[in-house]
Design a protein around this ligand. Structure first.
Ligand code: CMP
Length: 136
């Protein structure tokens, strides 16, 4: 059963020149790129993307960070794509949760600057793909 997930390489990943490394890991895992786009994030898109975090204390920082520079947004396809991409990314906190061998575990230090995003469920994947790639 093939499924789709949405991913972001956040501004820290793009700025640090890690796009190639991250895309390499995606492709080596066997996930298929079905869309990928370097873009600046409109405030409105950022707010909708992170709507579920609107009440969190870090919400303001999250929005200013994600709109601070270009991101790479994309859609991946494959068996268990959601879980597979989350496995590659590692846990949200790059030190406490992500293990070495994952993107966050290998390249991250702080939760706010954790390099990548991945949808956490079928529902959020559908919502995020529709938000970022309405023509897909
Ligand atoms: P992401 O997978 O994009 O989803 C929500 C994001 O909020 C998360 O990655 C982190 O970048 C960020 N985040 C979560 N918890 C914290 C926190 N305690 N402080 C700052 N940022 C956070």
């Amino acid at each position: 059963v093939t499924s789709r997930t949405f991913f972001l390489i956040k501004p820290d990943g793009v700025q640090r020149g890690l796009v190639g490394t991250i895309v390499d890991r995606i492709e080596r895992k066997g996930l298929k790129l079905v869309a990928m786009d370097l873009r600046n994030v409109p405030e409105e898109t950022a707010a909708q993307h992170y709507a579920e975090h609107a009440e969190r204390p870090f919400y303001g920082d999250l929005l200013s960070f994600i709109t601070s520079g270009p991101v790479v947004a994309g859609v991946l396809e494959g068996p268990r794509a959601i879980e597979a991409w989350r496995q590659l990314a590692g846990g949200t906190d790059p030190v406490e949760k992500a293990t070495p061998g994952t993107i966050r575990g290998d390249f991250g230090l702080e939760t706010q600057f954790n390099l990548v995003h991945g949808s956490d469920s079928e529902e959020s994947a559908a919502r995020e793909i529709a938000l970022w790639f309405p023509n897909l």
